[in-house]
Design a protein around this ligand. Structure first.
Ligand SMILES: Nc1nc2c(ncn2[C@@H]2O[C@H](COP(=O)(O)OP(=O)(O)OP(=O)(O)O)[C@@H](O)[C@H]2O)c(=O)[nH]1
Ligand SMILES: [Zn+2]
Length: 296
C-alpha cells in the first residue's frame, strides 16, 4: 500500500483519474465525501491510497483556492476569455462580466480577441492592458499572438471560455495541435454543443494544465457565478486605488458626487467602457436579495 498526492484530471463513470508523480491512477471516492455532501472536482488536489491490489481511493481533498459551478472545476489560476472581433461581434459588457467573475474568485482573467485578421484589435487590447488585465489578439490565419498566449499558460491551470463560434477550438488547436479538437460545425454533430453532457478534462501542458471545457460559454458564468452587490466593486481592480478617497464613505462609484472613480473615468485613466459595464452590473445586482443568490 502506498499514499500519494495528486490532481484529479477527469471524472467519468464514477471513477476519478488522479495524476500523481507522472502516473494516472483510477480511483474511487470514499463514501465519507458523499455523506458530507462533498463532491471531488476536476482540478482538486487529493491524497490517495494505492493498494497492492484493488481500487485506489481518494482519502482527502485539499482545501480549494476556488471553484466554478459549470464547468465543475477547482483551483483555477487563469480564465482565458475568448471573444472574436467579428463573426460574432465583440461585446465588451460580456467580457467585463467574465473578467469580474474571475477576479471575484481570485482567478486571473486573460482576454483574447480572436479573428484579428477581420478587424482592428489594438484599441480593444489597450482597454484591458490599461487596467492590468492581460490581453492579446489572435488570428488563426498567421498565428499572430500565439507565442504571447502560450507564455501566460506556463505552470498555470487555465480554463478557456468563449461563446459558440468565437474560435475557441481553433485557438486550442493552434496552441495544442496534439489535442485535435473539433472545430466549427463538426463539433455540433459530435454532440459537444451546448445542450449535451460535457466532460471536463485537464491536460498537462507547458508544465501547467489546461482544461478542456466543451461548450463553456459566457452563459455559464452569467448563470452560476453571480457577484454580490457588496463584492462587485472589488471585481474591478482598477477601482482599488480610489477606495476611501471618494467624498462619501458609502460611495458606490456609480454616479455619486465627489466620486474619485468617476473622476478617473473622466480623466481617461479608467476606460469608459469598463465603468459602463460596472454600472450595468451594479444595476442588475442591486435589488437582488441574499436568499435569491443562495437559490441560484
Ligand atoms: N477569419 C478567421 N476565422 C476564424 C479564426 N478562428 C476561427 N475562425 C473561424 O470561425 C469559425 C468558428 O471557429 P471554432 O474554432 O469552431 O469556434 P468555437 O468557438 O470552438 O465554436 P464552437 O465549436 O461552436 O464552440 C470557424 O469557421 C473557423 O474557421 C480566425 O482567427 N480568423
Ligand atoms: Zn466613488
Amino acid at each position: 500500500m502506498d499514499r500519494k498526492t495528486g490532481i484529479i484530471m477527469k471524472i467519468t463513470g464514477g471513477f476519478y483519474y488522479v495524476e500523481a508523480a507522472d502516473s494516472v491512477y483510477e480511483c474511487k471516492a470514499r463514501g465519507v465525501f458523499r455523506k458530507r455532501g462533498m463532491t471531488p472536482l476536476v482540478g482538486d488536489v487529493v491524497d490517495i491510497t494505492v493498494p497492492d491490489d484493488g481500487y485506489c481511493s481518494i482519502d482527502h481533498i485539499h482545501e480549494r483556492r476556488n471553484s466554478l459551478v459549470r464547468p465543475a472545476l477547482a483551483n483555477l489560476d487563469n480564465l482565458m476569455i475568448i471573444s472574436s472581433v467579428k463573426e460574432p461581434d465583440v461585446n465588451l459588457y460580456l467580457i467585463d462580466k467574465m473578467t469580474a467573475a474571475a477576479v471575484n474568485k481570485e482567478i486571473t482573467p486573460i482576454v483574447v480577441f480572436s479573428k484579428s485578421d477581420l478587424a482592428q484589435t489594438d484599441d480593444l487590447v489597450e482597454i484591458y492592458r490599461k487596467v492590468n488585465i492581460p490581453a492579446f489578439s489572435f488570428s488563426s490565419i498567421d498565428n499572430q499572438g500565439l507565442d504571447e498566449i502560450k507564455a501566460v499558460l506556463k505552470d498555470k491551470v487555465t480554463a478557456f471560455c468563449g461563446n459558440s463560434g468565437v474560435g475557441k477550438s481553433t485557438l486550442l488547436n493552434a496552441l495544442f495541435p496534439e489535442l485535435s479538437l473539433q472545430t466549427g460545425e463538426i463539433s455540433d454533430k459530435l454532440g459537444r454543443g451546448r445542450h449535451t453532457t460535457r466532460t471536463v478534462e485537464l491536460f498537462k501542458k507547458h508544465g501547467g494544465y489546461i482544461a478542456d471545457t466543451p461548450g463553456f460559454s459566457t452563459v455559464d458564468i452569467e448563470r452560476f457565478e453571480l457577484i454580490r452587490k457588496d463584492e462587485l466593486k472589488f471585481a474591478f481592480p482598477e477601482f482599488d486605488e480610489y477606495f476611501g478617497t471618494c467624498q462619501f464613505n458609502s460611495c458606490n462609484h456609480v454616479c455619486e458626487k465627489g466620486c474619485r472613480v468617476l473622476e478617473a473615468v473622466e480623466e481617461g485613466i479608467i476606460p469608459q467602457s469598463r465603468h459602463d459595464s460596472y454600472v450595468r452590473m451594479y444595476n442588475e445586482v442591486k435589488d437582488i436579495k441574499e436568499w435569491q443568490i443562495n437559490n441560484k
